[in-house]
Design a protein around this ligand. Structure first.
Ligand SMILES: Nc1nc2c(c(=O)[nH]1)N[C@H]1C(S)=C(S)[C@@H](COP(=O)(O)OP(=O)(O)OC[C@H]3O[C@@H](n4cnc5c(=O)[nH]c(N)nc54)[C@H](O)[C@@H]3O)O[C@H]1N2
Ligand SMILES: Nc1nc2c(c(=O)[nH]1)N[C@H]1C(S)=C(S)[C@@H](COP(=O)(O)OP(=O)(O)OC[C@H]3O[C@@H](n4cnc5c(=O)[nH]c(N)nc54)[C@H](O)[C@@H]3O)O[C@H]1N2
Ligand SMILES: [Mo]
Length: 753
């Protein structure tokens, strides 16, 4: 038996197999995995050899970058070009002109992590401008250290274990829902999928899950169909109502929080003249005020977990709902107790709240980056368009770097970034763009030099995840397609040309690195009281299951047990409900306590407008595997499917399966309508990840495939965190009777040999 792994799960196969079997013991293998092999072995979708953009070879510095053809070149030529460009840019402009931020999910596997390989090389070559935070939860990453004194990662690591919620909780207040759709995924790989079974267990145990979201999702109990972007108003009203009932936990607030007095004045309307009553919130959230009062009364009597999906903060003023939710949990006073309190990210990926021991496994050793410059990750287009321009981030005024060389590895900005037509304009600014990719993504199509990478199915690696009970030796299942090389091998080639080979490889080949990582893992295991087999045994058996891997954590347990001995690393040592540091920043878009702030668009829809929700796709990981069987089978007329309510369809004259055109001030796309009554009638839901395919029809350039990011807004959620605001977006929709263009993304670009 051989094994391999991806972010969507782990698999087994026999030598010679051409399909994968989910790892034995996984109770709910992902749907995404069914499309993996067909995507990875699709030679139309794969980059088969190194190519350079014709215009760039002829001296064009970027103007033609988004619409050019390619020339096939040999590996030696490609690596010479890459190394000499890197050298030219660092000599001419300094290393800060090199952007190595390269955000993206890349692949699972400890060693062949594309960005780690690239950053190691770029750091050895003198450094690079990096990026901070993620598209997933940038807002929380910046906010949490201020308000709970923990990094988002540290908070994830101590999230209250799911089984404790099943045992001890009465009501899970699930903002954004809890979804087995998103829980198909775990960064760095997973051996099991337990969130679907957990949702069943909650139901069987009589735990009520109240889903608060514009879409019903997998909600089985109550569904409060809130207007998008208004959760903080609802939460403030719940607090107001609990105060009115006199049921707030004063002792908890005094002992464990600071700044409650200010927040209370705001909730009561003493500081701004607006009491945050259920009636006030009802109008904002489009909910019935009596439902809010009833819910508040129940919360005050029951064991409650306030659970927030990550998507909550991927919105304008995204700090507010997650901070307000924390405040609500403090008012209820159940933080630090088993199964209740506050959680961020249950279901957003599998391991959040997994009852598993944490083992800090090693990875590829990094190298100190000598360049201190960075950008908040979602400000990439701003940086490219406005070098030197000032912006505010987490209390600092900073300036965008002057980026001349962009090297992207293991990510797809022409999937993940907002306002893709703006990104196209920005993308023409740098002098050179190099992309390592295994597939002809929209980003690869917009590069000057494309270096074809292998997929994990074509190389050996190790799957070990700090929150997973199983370690796998990942064996190659296929030979590399075409001339693809591992990212490591690609960067060895660049390192050789820059005289950095010894420093980059430390004298090891791939097998040597895997052995090195394993030897370090053996030490880590030893320190945790168990032994790992030797490397050969591990490689031969392929699988190691940790002994005694279960551990049920409770978030904030130590702090609540002894608040003086275990002060939080915040300004007050407590949870901050009014934060002096944030208040002193004087930010118009993020005050010192959680507040209701209307989003940049969508507070009031005009006739014909819809909120666009663009959550994670059920059939793939972002844009990965979009050209595989599972994602393709779910398309209609070859387009991505957009859910709309039958009432909305009736006003638009649209029937199930019709093509529709969505338009915003940023752009337009085509997609196929699917009539569903499980979302609000003023919302459309178009998942992310359809490969961006802009074509000009009747003089207008539109994406013909259904990528929501041609519609979304490229703006920071506040000057505190500068996180992306993908979920704040208003669009118009109309039935499409125009020509139905053939998709270009299903064929490779024009390549001359
Ligand atoms: N509208 C909207 N937009 C969003 C979101 C949203 O909710 N709404 N969500 C955002 C979120 S949370 C995220 S995390 C981002 C995700 O954005 P990305 O992480 O950029 O999306 P992926 O499609 O996973 O991109 C990974 C790329 O790495 C490539 N790759 C995989 N393995 C390898 C390898 O071994 N070597 C190399 N060189 N390349 C490899 C894949 O082919 C793929 O193109 O999207 C964000 N964008
Ligand atoms: N299948 C699959 N799973 C994935 C991924 C994938 O690409 N495919 N990507 C992974 C990644 S990188 C991430 S970061 C996570 C993200 O995980 P999440 O952020 O949890 O997922 P989303 O689908 O973006 O949004 C979650 C929910 O938020 C709701 N929502 C949207 N706007 C609002 C609002 O204003 N208020 C409320 N209350 N709800 C709202 C949506 O209806 C949706 O059901 O998913 C991971 N899991
Ligand atoms: Mo994400």
């Amino acid at each position: 038996m051989k094994y391999t792994a991806a972010h969507w799960g782990s698999y087994q196969f026999e030598v010679g197999d051409t399909e994968l079997t989910p790892l034995s013991g996984d109770p709910a293998p992902s749907r995404i995995g069914r499309g993996w092999v067909s995507a990875a072995r699709n030679s139309n979708a794969r980059v088969m050899s190194p190519v350079a953009r014709k215009g760039w070879l002829n001296g064009d510095k970027g103007a033609g970058r988004c619409d050019d053809s390619f020339v096939e070149i040999g590996w030696d030529h490609a690596l010479d070009l890459a190394a000499s460009e890197l050298d030219r840019v660092r000599q001419t402009y300094g290393n800060a002109a090199i952007f190595g931020g390269s955000y993206g999910w890349s692949s699972a596997g400890r060693f062949h992590h594309a960005q780690s390989q690239m950053r190691r090389l770029l750091a050895l070559a003198g450094g690079f401008t990096s990026s901070r935070e993620t598209y997933s939860h940038a807002t929380a990453e910046v906010l949490f250290p201020h308000i709970i004194g923990l990094s988002n990662r540290a908070f994830q690591d101590q999230m209250t274990a799911m089984p404790l919620v099943t045992q001890h909780c009465d009501i899970v207040l699930a903002f954004g829902g809890i979804s087995a759709r998103t829980a198909q995924i775990t960064a760095a790989g997973t051996s099991t999928h337990e969130v679907g079974p957990w949702i069943d267990a909650l139901k069987d145990s009589g735990v009520r899950v109240v889903t608060i979201a514009p879409e019903r999702g997998e909600a089985r109990d109550d569904w409060m169909a809130i207007r998008p972007g208004t959760d903080s108003a609802l939460i403030l009203a719940l607090i107001h109502e609990i105060l009115r009932l006199g049921r707030e936990d004063r002792k908890f607030l005094e002992t464990y929080t600071s700044g409650w007095a200010e927040l209370e004045r705001y909730v009561r309307g003493q500081s701004d003249g607006t009491p945050k009553t259920p009636e006030w919130a009802a109008a904002i959230c489009d909910l019935d005020a009596t439902i809010i009062t009833t819910l508040a009364a129940e919360l005050a009597r029951k064991n409650v977990m306030v659970s927030m999906a990550w998507g909550m903060q991927r919105a304008d003023h995204g700090e507010q709902p997650i901070w307000a939710g924390l405040a609500l949990a403090c008012v209820l006073g159940q933080i630090g107790q088993p199964g209740t309190g506050y959680a961020f990210g249950y279901g957003s990926t599998t391991p959040v709240g997994r009852a598993a021991k944490l083992i800090p496994w090693p990875s590829l050793p990094g190298v100190q980056n000598a360049v201190p410059d960075f950008i908040p990750v979602a400000r990439i287009a701003d940086a490219l368009l406005n070098p030197g321009a000032p912006y505010v981030y987490n209390g600092e005024t900073r300036h965008y770097p002057d980026l001349r060389l962009v090297w992207w590895t293991g990510g797809n900005p022409f999937h993940h970034h907002q306002d893709l037509f703006r990104l196209e304009r920005a993308w023409c600014r740098p002098e050179t763009v190099i992309v390592n990719e295994h597939s002809w993504t929209a980003t690869a199509r917009r590069a000057d030099l494309v270096l074809p990478a292998t997929t994990p199915l074509e190389r050996d690696d190790i799957m070990m995840n700090r929150r997973d009970p199983t370690l796998l030796y990942m064996s190659a299942m296929f030979e590399p397609l075409g001339k693809a090389r591992d990212d490591h091998t690609i960067f060895v080639g660049v390192a050789e040309r820059l005289g950095l080979q010894e420093a980059f490889t430390e004298g090891r080949d791939t097998d040597g690195w895997l052995r090195h990582i394993w030897a370090q893992s053996q030490e880590v295991a030893q320190a945790h009281g168990f032994a790992l087999p030797d490397f050969e045994t591990f490689r031969n058996t392929g699988r190691f299951d940790l002994p005694d891997a279960v551990e049920e954590r409770i978030a904030f347990k130590r702090f609540v047990g002894a608040p003086d001995a275990h002060k939080l690393a915040t300004e007050s040592g407590k949870i901050t409900l009014f934060n002096e540091t944030i208040a002193a920043m004087g930010l118009p878009d993020c005050p010192g306590h959680p507040a209701w702030l209307a989003p940049v668009e969508g507070a009031h829809l005009k006739p014909g407008e819809f909120h666009l929700i663009s959550g994670q796709p059920a059939t793939r990981l972002h844009s990965q595997n979009d050209m595989g069987r599972e994602a393709q089978a779910a398309k209609r007329q070859g387009r991505e499917v957009c859910a709309l309510h039958p009432e909305a369809a009736a006003t638009l004259g649209v029937r199930d399966g019709d093509l529709i055109k969505l338009t915003s001030p940023r752009g337009a796309c085509l997609c196929a309508a699917e009539l569903r009554d499980d979302l609000r009638a003023d919302c459309l839901s178009l998942p992310t990840g359809a490969w961006f395919d802009p074509q000009t029809i009747n003089g207008e350039t539109i994406d013909v495939h259904g990528n929501p990011n041609v519609l979304t807004i490229d703006q920071g959620c506040s000057s505190l965190s500068q996180g992306n605001i993908a979920h704040t977006c208003v669009v118009r929709a109309e039935k499409w009777d125009g020509p139905v263009p053939a998709m270009r993304v299903t064929r490779p670009p024009t390549i001359e040999t």
